[in-house]
Ligand binder design. Structure first.
Ligand code: HEM
Length: 403
């Protein structure tokens, strides 16, 4: 399955909509439920129709001020840390990126109820950690229903998340309407012929899905991009020069973000070398053939991002090297096959939050490079590890100085 020709053919075919991606996993039900990530057919189409327009570029522009707010919180906390450490701090950046990304997604999803959102998302985080523990993934069906300690903990967290979200929804229904993702999900669920239980489940599951899709992916991308900028000081300086020129001491807005070409090239290159989502998958809805390989109906086809995005036949002999300039003329100028670059997936199920994620990354990185200079700490050990996402196994430590 990992042969490059097969991978290329499959990647092209994923765009032809073999079916929905399969994120389903026996133990991830409590986390994902029946939201956009796991639904099929008409249910998925309905959810996509509600959620995707809320994340189009025009809407994302209105959310940029909240991204700036969360970035400033991070800049202030690093500034204090550096001062207390006497001018240079050795920072484990992963947790900061997670708390930044969690803050942004809570504000976007829950608007003025965002502190409630943070509480909900922190419980979801606990749930995700609990579910990723190996001991929990028993393959024997009957064992999956035994009330072990961790399973009881999962059920408790699941219930708590459900009732916290429903409490915010109830307050919303009694108060003024708001302009955030939760409001759109509530309206999308209300304008259907769902019964009450189904409506509640639709709202809760889609809140969970937005969190799962958008929180850690963006945090991990920011962490990898900082690692690459720290290892390539000339690119760090090029990005800084660009940001300082464009922003001229103002906070980044939509127009400025659009002009940040060098920063875009760096983020694209980071997503090429370290795509946070390791696999894009599709279920074959009918018997299919890729080259010499028969794929029977019902088989889940995996496209491995790293094989595709670092294939020298497509990207050239320097495919494994950090060279953001390859994106100077966009994705089509960087590689021979248009679908060989797909950190956000392809086709009708392409990441609904890609504009949101790009804006978030650009604003955060623009504020970091214009306030700090940084290099890799001697503590850093390079070890990309594949779990649900491709993550730095030991995290990323940077030596950071205020400019
Ligand atoms: C750098 C950050 C991100 C990366 C790399 C990423 C990547 C992906 C990928 C690979 C998929 C599967 C696409 C496919 O199967 O073709 C996906 C789906 C999705 N993403 Fe993202 N994502 C990111 C951030 C976000 C954010 C911030 C949000 C929301 C605010 C989001 C919302 C979604 C949704 C709703 C889906 C499901 C789309 C569907 O099934 O119709 N993502 N993402």
């Amino acid at each position: 399955m990992n042969h490059p020709d097969v991978v290329k053919e499959i990647s092209i075919c994923t765009s032809l909509d073999l079916g929905k991606p399969s994120y389903q996993h026996k133990e991830r039900g409590p986390l994902l439920g029946h939201g956009i990530l796991t639904s099929n057919g008409a249910t998925w189409a309905h959810q996509r129709k509600i959620l995707a327009p809320e994340l189009y570029m025009e809407k994302v522009k209105d959310m940029m001020s909240l991204m700036v707010k969360s970035s400033i919180t991070l800049v202030n906390s690093w500034t204090n840390l550096i001062e207390s450490e006497g001018g240079v701090a050795d920072v484990h950046v992963d947790e900061y990126m997670r708390s930044f990304s969690g803050d942004v997604i809570s504000r976007a999803c829950f608007g003025s109820n965002y502190s409630k959102g943070e509480e909900i998302f922190s419980k979801l985080n606990e749930l995700q950690e609990l579910l990723s523990k190996k001991v929990f993934s028993s393959g024997i069906p009957v064992l999956r229903h035994l009330p072990t300690k961790s399973r009881r903990e999962t059920w408790r967290l699941e219930k708590e998340v459900h009732s916290l979200i429903m409490k915010v929804v109830k307050e919303r229904k009694e108060g003024a309407s708001q302009n955030d993702l939760l409001q759109m999900i509530i309206e999308g669920a209300t304008n259907t012929d769902f019964g009450q239980d189904e409506t509640d489940r639709f709202i809760v599951d889609n809140c969970k899905n937005i969190y799962l899709a958008g929180y850690e992916t963006t945090a991990v991308s920011a962490t990898w991009t900082l690692m690459l900028l720290a290892s390539n000081p000339e690119w760090q300086q090029r990005v800084r020069t660009e940001v300082l020129e464009i922003c001229a001491e103002q906070m980044p807005d939509a127009d400025m973000v659009r002009k940040m070409k060098t920063l875009t090239m760096v983020i694209y290159e980071s997503l090429r070398l370290y795509p946070p989502v390791p696999v894009v998958s599709r279920e074959a809805y009918q018997d299919m053939k890729f080259g010499d390989m028969n794929v029977p109906k019902g088989v889940i086809v995996w496209t491995l991002m790293v094989s595709l995005q670092q294939d020298p036949d497509i990207w050239g002999p320097n495919a494994n090297i950090f060279k953001p300039e390859r994106f100077a003329n966009g994705v089509s100028g960087a590689c021979k096959l248009p679908y060989a670059y797909m950190p956000f997936g392809v086709g009708p199920c392409i990441c609904a939050g890609q504009h949101f994620a790009m804006a978030e990354l650009k604003i955060l990185l623009a504020l970091i490079v214009s306030n700090f200079s940084f290099s890799l700490s001697p503590k850093y050990r390079h070890s990309p590890a594949m779990s649900l996402l491709i993550v730095p196994e030991h995290g990323v430590n940077l030596l950071i100085k205020k400019l």
